[in-house]
Write a protein that binds this ligand. Sequence first.
Ligand code: UD1
Ligand code: MG
Length: 455
Amino acid sequence: MGLAAVILAAGKGTRMKSKTPKVLHQLAGRPMLRYVVDAVTGAGVDRILVVAGPEAAAIGEVAGSRAEVVVQEQQLGTAHALLQAESVLKDYDGDLVVLPGDTPLLRVETLKRFYADCRRQEGIEATVLTVRFQDPTGYGRVIRNQDGKVGRIVEHRDATQEELLVNEVNAGVYCFKPSIFEVLRKISPCNVQNEYYLPDVVKLLQEDGVAVGCWEAPDPEEFRGVNDRRQLAAASQLIRRRILECLMDEGVTVVDPSATYVDPDVVIGQDTVIFPFTFLEGKTVVGTDCRIGPWARISDSHLGAEVEVQNAVITGSVIENQAAIGPYTYIRPGCLIGSAVKIGGFVEVKKSKIGPDSKVPHLSYIGDAEIGRNVNVGAGTITCNYDGAHKWPTIIEEDAFIGSNANLVAPVRVGKGSYIAAGSTITKDVPPGALGVARGRQTNIPDWRKKGSPQ
Ligand code: UD1
Ligand code: MG
């Protein structure tokens, strides 16, 4: 028997007060919906349908190529949302698992156990996943019959004072037989929100004498819905914590997990130490035995082993083994920083290659440059790469020594083992082994003070 997942993601997300659809809000660097799609994918369903609102294209992109997007033109409620999937599933005779797109904390293992248990129960048309919260505010309450079976679900806003005391709630996750679509059509929007509520299927099935099952999840935290920005922040914190715990289990030291932000796709090697106020984002890979932070923001970059980064921003670049970056350093996209290179304070590097053992220790701008092995770039050196219309390259060959405060006006080549005198503005190539000097000679005017200088 097959299994299709239908993720309801078309809601307006009014409580977010945002122009962005709720399920596209980011948690730890990923849109909320991606967590749900990944969980159902991991749990091994045959088909994934996502019910989307007007922003269907953006939702489809996040859901990925495996998901089929169904559009709900008007957001008339969760039952109406599920009904939109009927035509797509008309020839499908497997089970359906329905989930909200705003429950990003659910785990693959829990979903697997839920389906497995649902399938084991004979003659049950629908199973509701329930959890118990100490504070169930906002959730639909599970009202049980006298025989202890689930009788109906009442939404918070429609509940009586007595019903509000119930702390068993509907997680918004259900397992249905395909015949559920007939029941959905019988739902009416007679409630405070004038919406077609999916949980109303429970009552309708009961009235028809059809058995409804109930499955209580062991960890309620997985089913915390994200409906407003406070819940978004709370869920992000839990996701970040999970990511850091996995990393710590794999041998990464996280000095202060409450001040460390690592996206889910980041890979970090053993014995690397992450100091506080560090953000590792996107597809970043950090090698073994690195020391990262305090204060580092590294996005979509690849760091080798034994790299040190402090107070730095690194984006879209490769940093090879034993390089030392920072403090106060900005590595912009397209850089290849070679092994044992030092890039120091107040240095900005853009789209440049820096060869092994070279140093750019202080106050420099290096853009569109190719620097060979063992080059020393003196303090305050600037590659003048932009003439107002085009960007031009600077090439500095191995073993060159650039004196402090040099301007290298590109396109220009500084030859192997050559020297540039401090304070020079170099506009012509410097041959290998030469000294390039391009500055006014110093003149000392004797007795200047006596001859009536202002001082
Ligand atoms: C819903 C349940 C509630 C449950 C809670 C668990 C209903 C009526 N209530 O409440 O019993 O305790 O989830 O988190 O189902 N959606 C659509 N189209 C719509 C409306 C909603 O696709 O017309 C989607 C939303 O994008 C969201 C999901 O359905 O992902 C749930 O909707 P939401 O408004 O968040 O319902 P809750 O009030 O959280
Ligand atoms: Mg919700």
